[in-house]
Design a protein around this ligand. Structure first.
Ligand code: PMP
Ligand code: GLN
Length: 381
């Protein structure tokens, strides 16, 4: 393993999901739903397979139907206009979009400012690009970015801001004001922005998802990333997309060509249909998630955790200190044997590990009865 990748080891998601299987535990670790997405959308994938749509290499940028549907989605939800031919790129999940964007846009030695805790592929891909990550630490209890601190982290080597809203694992949804300040800093310092918006539709209560690319001066410097995995409960399909200016899409496409060339064809036809689902789909999906969130927030509190109620995503960050514990990694490694539940230690998503030492993440994208059973088990700790 080369120096750039040393220390990256096995992702925590693989480690914890393997532990869930080997111990027969309830897996509230890795974020994947235990109920698949809409039947009609699955049928669309089957139809595509049967009709021979996408069984051979689809076009490199993605099938036109999906690029069109992505452009329509951006228009419908955010009033953003993107040309499906030059400003949309289909990728193998958001993960590939993140990798291709970072590999395409960074020079070795560039600095990337990212909010920590960060989704683990960010650190790995910044390292693969030979760049340096500079964390802006989100701290309990608010997990909101200190934007004066952000300003202070910008140096002449800063090339790019990597943001994620709604934020995994804290559930923070950046406000319009926070995004406006971030956008002003990006314009003032001529920075690129990569925005990971895979949880764009998983937003609760009064919080609203705002795409930073809509702000003044941002369209030309922003690479927006999303995927079908979370919104439509098809994490196994690995269909993602990028929307950006023609120059940025072309740069990302150059890297993407040599990573996967294209992603699986038949699923692209189905996701094109999913993106056109009526508002009732999105509303019902959100209402179900709110109920599950409330169930798990309540349950984790009753089991003695300090709970930070998320505004978005399907994750709840907790602090285990009130349970007399302080090491989240050790806690998560021993939890399956102690009570048959798997969770994710947030500390692995921090450079400043002191800020995440005692934090543990649980997902609530599971059936209500599974969540209830997990709570019963955790109450016995
Ligand atoms: N970004 C974040 C913040 C995530 O939590 C995930 C996990 N779904 C991804 C990107 C990866 O998305 P995909 O499965 O579409 O590659
Ligand atoms: N995004 C999901 C999570 O954060 C799954 C990530 C993965 O398996 N790489 O749990």
């Amino acid at each position: 393993l080369n120096r750039r990748l040393s220390g990256l080891g096995t992702t925590i998601f693989a480690e914890m999901s393997a532990l869930a299987i080997s111990t027969g535990s309830i897996n509230l670790g890795q974020g994947f739903p235990d109920t698949d997405g809409p039947e009609d959308v699955r049928e669309a994938a089957v139809r595509a397979l049967r009709k021979g749509n996408g069984n051979q290499y689809p076009p490199g940028p993605g099938i036109p139907e999906l690029r069109q549907a992505v452009a329509e989605h951006q228009q419908r939800f955010y009033g953003l206009t993107y040309d499906p031919d030059t400003e949309v790129l289909v990728t193998a999940g958001a993960t590939e979009a993140i990798a291709a964007a970072l590999l395409a846009l960074l020079e070795p030695g560039d600095e990337v400012i990212a909010f920590e805790p960060f989704y683990d592929s960010y650190a790995a891909c910044i390292a693969m690009a030979g760049a340096t990550r500079v964390p802006l630490t989100l701290r309990a209890p608010s997990f909101r970015p200190n934007l004066d601190e952000l300003r202070a982290l910008i140096t002449p080597r800063t090339r790019l801001l990597l943001i994620n809203t709604p934020h995994n694992p804290t559930g923070t949804v950046l406000t319009a004001d926070e995004l406006a300040t971030i956008a002003e800093l990006a314009v003032e310092h001529d920075l690129l922005v990569i925005t990971d918006e895979v949880y764009e539709h998983l937003v609760f209560g009064t919080a609203t998802h705002h795409p930073i690319s809509a702000l003044p001066g941002m369209r030309e410097r922003t690479v927006s990333i999303s995927s079908a995995g979370k919104t439509f409960s098809f994490t196994g399909w690995k269909v993602g997309w990028v929307t950006a200016s023609p120059a940025l899409v072309s740069a990302v496409r150059t890297a993407k060509q040599y990573l996967t060339y294209v992603s699986a064809g038949p699923f692209q036809y189905a996701v094109a249909e999913a993106l056109r689902l009526p508002e009732s789909y999105f509303a019902t999906f959100r209402a179900n998630l709110v109920r599950k969130r409330d169930l798990l927030v309540e349950g984790l509190s009753s089991a003695g955790f300090r709970v930070f109620n998320p505004e978005g995503t399907y994750f709840i960050t907790t602090d285990i200190t009130p349970l007399g514990e302080k090491d989240g990694l050790e806690f998560c490694r021993s939890l399956p044997a102690r009570c048959g539940v798997v969770a994710i230690p947030n500390v692995v998503f921090y450079d400043n590990t002191e800020a995440g030492q005692s934090l543990v993440r649980f997902t609530f994208c599971k059936k209500d009865e599974v969540l209830s059973e997990a709570v019963t088990r955790l109450q016995q700790l």
